[in-house]
Design a protein around this ligand. Structure first.
Ligand code: B12
Ligand code: SF4
Length: 525
């Protein structure tokens, strides 16, 4: 069979990183079948185009995976494919929770011929075999011989053949600049961020999150060896094509077992498998100095920290009381000392939030080392404890908000402000954290660092700005460049002419001037 795995676009940003599930299922497909991958974020297609593609490429089976926010698009694409007579299997967190919706058993239209519930590592080969025989079942559940739900072990993790997978659609370097950038330093002809998992599951059970329900509260890990080998494969590919490869460890909490994370990082260093990497780690686990040393030494550049709120009452409400806002600054300083910076994620519209929450949050963010703050709204995802609580309290304003997805829009009424006020807070957060002044400040705060770090924070901020302010057209980019021309000019001038001296503040508060060091190699991710 010719199988297409398709991930719909999210309607807001171009994808900076492909989705792991596609590569994983491709690797788990029985070898006699051919698997093609399309990520709608990298290769946008509408319903008519995908139907045409399926016909032209003589596809026999399509697998679609989607988060809740992309599910409406996923259903439209599935409908168009099914209209061509090709069977569609859907999987991922949304349809796992709402299988009846996908199968049209809730009174709505049917979108999928079959649904894979939960982790599909073991059921996917069976789905493919059943489809080939024309015996596709409606629901596939990972169960053991006794019919009990089974979470796949990651000890026998498949080898994803990164050396040969077609990754052209995921190159972040513009086509026009490719040839030139291949010759710069170690080569920048390609730059890709690749998702790698080292473990699954999270015991914390935060109220708004689907992870504990979906992957379970006990953690399963891959062997260190299998992770290290995967990094070595990626590194070798980057070298071969004179490009760069950064890794996003997509584990929900990469340091959930600190001892094991340290042992993995040590093995990465020992094998020379360091690549620049990003990972999600909760603030409470970053108290350990040795762990942070190993993060830096093994290539860690950015840590995504779900801070959610600077208000302990809010954190307690959503069962995330293990986050201690009082230690955020210290944790970020600890990382920054090793040139590791943080993507700090905040949620507005929590029950104890009042107007002005964005400015209160930003007034703290401004005192921290520079990073990438991101702001969202509390969103009741199906089957989460949050959804159930708000539903029971009659507070949901858009019960099936995913059927008409609107980015950055609440689906329930917060307790201490209106929905409109919550929306305005998110807008304020993004507008002020990513204003030309804020960008200039972030760059200047790294004044004592080599140029590479300052260029990196500037580019990362520009890209992250696009999460809220659409930057898909040329005009939008021209506007951003014009607004930030002073910072850009300053960085370009330094790159071309270097700097004779730089201002530096001593711990005693005196200003001293020293000769600039050689620029460090660019920091990726
Ligand atoms: C990496 C990640 C991201 C990345 C982007 C995704 C990417 N390119 O990989 C970033 C950081 C950008 C991101 C952003 C967001 N994310 Co996110 N993200 C994740 C994360 C941590 C890992 C995803 C992953 O690769 N998992 C590992 C793979 C193996 O698991 P999987 O994708 O579930 O696939 C398995 C099964 O589901 C199934 N399967 C999946 N698809 C298919 C398809 C078929 C055909 C079949 C048969 C089976 C199948 O088989 C796979 C193997 O077992 C998950 C949490 C998690 N642990 O999964 C959250 C998660 C997916 N994200 C989530 C959310 C909410 C978001 C945001 C909306 C957050 C926000 N408020 O802004 C944004 C929106 C992104 C956007 N605009 O597109 C939720 C989604 C919940 C839901 N019901 O939709 C999750 C589950 C986390 C959570 N807090 O609950 N995310
Ligand atoms: S938000 Fe993070 S820490 Fe909390 S349950 Fe989800 S994955 Fe775990």
């Amino acid at each position: 069979m010719r199988i297409l795995l398709y991930n719909p676009d999210n309607g807001v940003t171009r994808n900076f990183m492909p989705h792991l599930w596609m590569f994983l299922l491709q690797s788990l497909t029985p070898p006699e079948h051919e698997v093609l991958l399309i990520d709608g974020n990298a290769k946008p297609m509408d319903e008519a185009q995908i139907a045409q593609y399926v016909r032209d490429e003589r596809i026999d089976l399509v697998g679609i995976g989607a988060m809740t926010r992309m599910i409406a698009k996923a259903y439209r694409i599935a409908d168009a494919i099914r209209a061509t007579g090709v069977k569609v299997v859907m999987g991922g967190p949304h349809v796992t929770e709402l299988a009846d919706e996908a199968l049209g058993r809730d009174g709505g239209r049917r979108h999928a011929d079959a649904v894979a519930l939960g982790e599909a590592d073991e059921t996917w080969p069976q789905i493919v075999n059943d489809a080939e025989r024309g015996e596709l079942k409606e629901i596939y559940t990972p169960v053991d011989e006794t019919g009990k739900e089974r979470k796949p072990s990651l000890k026998q993790y498949p080898v994803i053949p990164w050396q040969s997978i077609d990754l052209e659609q995921f190159n972040l370097v513009p086509q026009a600049a490719k040839a030139m950038l291949q010759k710069v330093g170690e080569g920048w002809g390609t730059f890709r961020i690749i998702p790698v998992e080292s473990g699954r599951g999270c015991p914390y059970g935060c109220e708004f999150c689907t992870v504990t329900g979906f992957f379970g509260d006990s953690i399963r890990f891959r062997t260190n060896e299998s992770v290290v080998n995967e990094l070595l494969l990626l590194k070798a590919r980057a070298r071969k094509e004179k490009g760069q490869m950064a890794v996003f460890f997509i584990d929900d909490n990469f340091a959930i077992n600190v001892k094991r994370t340290k042992s993995l990082l040590r093995d990465i260093i020992a094998a020379g498998a360091q690549v620049h990497w990003v990972a999600q780690i909760s603030a409470n686990l970053l108290r350990d100095e040795e762990l942070v040393d190993l993060i830096a030494a093994s290539g860690g550049k950015w840590v995504f920290i779900g801070m959610e709120s600077i208000d302990p009452a809010n954190l307690k409400d959503v069962n995330k009381g293990f986050n201690k806002p009082g230690e955020y600054a210290e944790v970020l300083e600890r990382l920054a000392k090793r040139n590791v910076y943080a993507i700090t994620s905040f949620i507005f519209g929590m029950d104890n939030d009042t107007t002005g929450v964005a400015e209160r949050t930003l007034s703290q963010v401004r005192t921290w080392p520079p990073g990438l703050p991101i702001f969202g709204l509390l969103t009741p995802l199906p089957a989460t404890p949050l959804y159930k609580r708000l539903e029971a309290a009659g507070r949901l304003t858009r019960v099936k908000h995913w059927q008409e997805f609107i980015p950055f829009a609440m689906a329930h009424t917060p307790l201490k402000m209106s929905i409109e006020e919550a929306h305005a807070e998110v807008k304020y957060g993004w507008a002020h954290a990513y204003s030309p002044e804020a960008l200039a400040q972030a760059v200047d705060s790294l004044d004592d660092q080599p140029l590479g770090y300052r260029v990196n924070i500037f580019l990362a901020r520009i890209c992250f700005r696009g999460i809220y302010f659409p930057m898909l057209g040329k005009l939008a980019w021209v506007k951003v460049v014009a607004e930030n021309r002073h910072t850009i000019f300053k960085l370009v001038r330094e790159a071309v002419f270097g700097r004779k001296s730089r201002r530096r503040q001593t711990p005693e508060g005196e200003i001293s001037y020293e000769k600039a060091a050689e620029p460090a190699p660019p920091v990726s991710a």
